[in-house]
Write a protein that binds this ligand. Structure first.
Ligand SMILES: [Zn+2]
Length: 380
């Protein structure tokens, strides 16, 4: 049996798997992996499906994390129907082509090829593929990992197949992501008539010193390859609409993108201490949307980089830019974690597409990475 990454990608795009539906994608992957000897089981909750597949039991071990769900096609017209994979001028069009059915198919093809060629390899390869990454993720990777951590040995390293490259396949490995913390701060004053300043306390007037303090704060000078932590206010709301009323409260919402020099808790304490220092009467609701991660060690990056250069001739750069991914959950179990997948110029857009050559090259890169992990012991 041959495992062709391009035809597997097409089969996955054919499934209209808008979050949290997998629309049959996991059955397709289960079939391919089972045929190659993987043990597969689903860890499902609610409408979300999560596939766990594994072969081998010893070390070294690698986990591939992926998602088969996609964002909706949207209302704007597409050049080709979004769930009918179509080849045109060297590209494969379809929703999920970059984010991230190509990676799911390429890693599946690579792993099946590897275990058929080397049935007695020492080590283990596992997959965790969810149908809830583009949504709130509550029942997806986070939930499945919590179940798996109780019984499964932690893998040595993990590739998340998110589209990491910016211009050419191979140009970027993401070896970390910043954390994200949201806060909704309510400054409390005393409402009253503007003509009686002695009887009111204007919360809008307290905003000035607070904003100047928070926006000029130097949180850090950066951390390794991470840029400095950044604080941004996204909304300020106050006022009753009347010109002669001092409002009772002023609400400020903000976000902090932070590097591993901080934790959400340390930032929360710092901001609350600034508020207290200014003598403010306030309350704040925190929403910790993602913790940062940073790949620990070079075991995986050295082997993946070598494979990338062998296939594409490109020396990948290591980057920590971009938003959040399911890597934020995996790092608690497996700290040597990177993201590597195709280019990301069309993700979530209309006419999402991937270069056909990237699909087969990505499968070759993943395959050679497996060889570098399991067969070539000369890296240390
Ligand atoms: Zn994605």
């Amino acid at each position: 049996m041959s495992y062709d990454a391009i035809s597997l990608t097409k089969s996955l795009i054919q499934c209209p798997s808008v979050t949290p539906s997998d629309a049959g994608c996991l059955d397709i992957l289960t079939k391919a992996l089972t045929d190659a000897g993987f043990q597969c089981r689903e860890i499902n909750r609610g409408e979300t499906k999560n596939l766990w597949a594994k072969i081998g039991a010893s070390q070294p071990s690698i986990l591939f994390c992926g998602h088969v769900d996609v964002v909706p096609a949207g209302s704007a017209p597409w050049k080709f129907p979004p769930f009918e994979p179509t080849e045109s001028e060297g590209y494969l069009y379809g929703r999920g082509a970059q984010d991230m059915k190509t990676s799911d198919a390429a890693f599946t093809a690579a792993a099946c090829r590897f275990v058929l060629e080397y049935p007695n390899f020492n080590g283990s390869i596992s997959f965790l593929i969810t149908s809830d990454e583009e949504g709130d993720g509550r029942d997806g990777t986070k939930f499945a990992l919590e179940a798996l951590m109780k019984t499964e040995e932690a893998p040595m390293c993990c590739i998340v197949g998110e589209p990491s490259c910016s211009v050419k396949l191979g140009d970027t490995i993401k070896n970390g992501r910043r954390g994200s913390l949201n806060g909704k701060l309510i400054l409390k004053g005393i409402q009253g008539h503007v003509a009686y300043p002695e009887k009111v306390k204007n919360p809008i007037h307290m905003v000035g010193p607070l904003i100047s303090r928070l926006s000029s704060e130097v949180w850090d000078e950066g951390f390794g390859p991470f840029p400095p932590t950044s604080f941004q206010i996204s909304n300020i709301h106050a006022g009753t609409g009347a010109v002669n009323v001092v409002p009772p409260v002023c609400e400020i919402t903000f976000n902090i993108r932070y590097n591993p020099a901080h934790t959400a808790k340390s930032l929360e304490e710092k901001i609350e201490s600034i508020c207290r220092g200014l003598g403010l009467d306030y309350s704040v609701a925190w929403q910790e949307s993602a913790e940062p991660f940073f790949a620990q060690g070079t075991f995986l990056t050295s082997r993946l980089s070598k494979a990338i250069t062998a296939v594409t001739g490109i020396e990948p750069v290591l980057s920590t830019s971009g938003g959040t991914s399911d890597g934020r959950f995996v790092k608690n179990w497996c700290p040597d974690i990177v993201e590597f997948g195709p280019t990301n110029d069309r993700i979530h857009k209309i006419d999402e597409r991937v270069e056909l050559s990237q699909i087969s090259d990505l499968a070759e890169i993943y395959y050679q990475t497996l060889r570098n992990i399991f067969l070539d012991q000369t890296h240390e």
